[in-house]
Design a protein around this ligand. Structure first.
Ligand code: MBD
Ligand code: FE
Length: 278
């Protein structure tokens, strides 16, 4: 259709805005998104039935609180990360531990402890025991004292506390403060992968795109310390079948730390009486 027609309608809409009223940034963003949408409608010859189907889906996604999942699953959240990586690269900065997306399932205010935490509020039967340790280091490789390592992951049903009301408060969510040595350690279990609610708004979209809505097993981290930029990241589990196929595009080669698997007997010898990996 005529580019002129599009511009004419866009101008009509713009003309209804009152200068000095409203919010300039919102005006700018909405005008741009509308313009891109009008052009997409024209280029792809979208018809009103398709728009109504889309609106219906948008309503459902809101009702289901799935916008955070859609943010991840469309790759939008990953794109925002890649932009930050790009900016860092331009500035000659390279993160020793890569960043990756936050995802929609963080909850602030998890219980805080010094150097060590047990993530289970409620013990999870059947999992593979996991011990993780790490050190928060600055650019020169010196340990950072007083850093806060926030950790969260899902249970063996792939569900996160708070969003899954059957779990106790802050189950599998902890904040660990590093001591002088910058070290943090925690005890938990190896989580399973996550899948979007079956036939929910995100899953439906993924199916229509010929995609799936699953993530490999992962553990989330925020690392914050006074005077430092915040690091948002995750780790995956070596050997996970879904590595490289994360629906949220959040897995990265640099985020699959080595795991040592030992038997229950070996663990016992070490004074740990459960199957153990570190
Ligand atoms: C998750 O657990 C997650 O981490 C992301 C990014 C999206 C959906 C579920
Ligand atoms: Fe997650």
């Amino acid at each position: 259709m005529e580019k002129q027609l599009i511009d004419q309608v866009l101008r009509k809409i713009k003309n209804t805005e009152v200068e000095g009223k409203g919010n300039d940034r919102v005006k700018e963003i909405v005008a741009r998104l509308l313009k891109d949408l009008f052009y997409a409608i024209d280029d792809l010859n979208m018809i009103s039935e398709e728009l109504w189907i889309g609106l219906d889906w948008l309503n459902g996604a809101g009702r289901n609180h799935e916008w955070g999942l859609i943010y991840a699953g469309t790759g939008l959240e990953h794109y925002m990360d890649e932009r930050m990586d790009w900016e860092d690269k331009q500035a000659g900065l390279e993160l020793k531990t890569p960043r990756t997306i936050e995802g929609p399932l963080y909850v602030a205010g998890a219980p805080e402890s010094l150097s060590y935490a047990e993530l289970e509020t409620e013990s999870e039967p059947g999992g593979e025991r996991l011990y993780m340790q790490g050190t928060v280091l600055d650019e020169e490789g010196n340990p950072v004292e007083g850093a806060l390592v926030e950790v969260w992951h899902c249970n063996l049903k792939g569900m996160y506390s708070y969003f899954d009301q059957t779990q106790p408060k802050f189950n599998l969510r902890r904040s660990i403060r590093t001591g002088k040595d910058g070290k943090y350690q925690f005890k938990s279990f190896v989580p399973v992968g996550y899948s979007c609610p079956p036939n929910g708004s995100t899953d439906t979209l993924m199916q229509l795109l010929g995609r799936h809505g699953s993530r490999p097993a992962h553990i989330h981290f925020f690392i914050t310390a006074p005077g430092f930029r915040k690091l948002t990241t995750q780790i995956n589990i070596e050997g996970d079948a879904l590595l490289g196929q994360d629906f949220a595009f959040a897995d990265k080669a640099g985020l699959v730390p080595p795991i040592t698997r030992i038997s229950a007997e070996q663990a016992k010898e070490k004074g740990i009486n459960e199957g153990y990996a570190s």
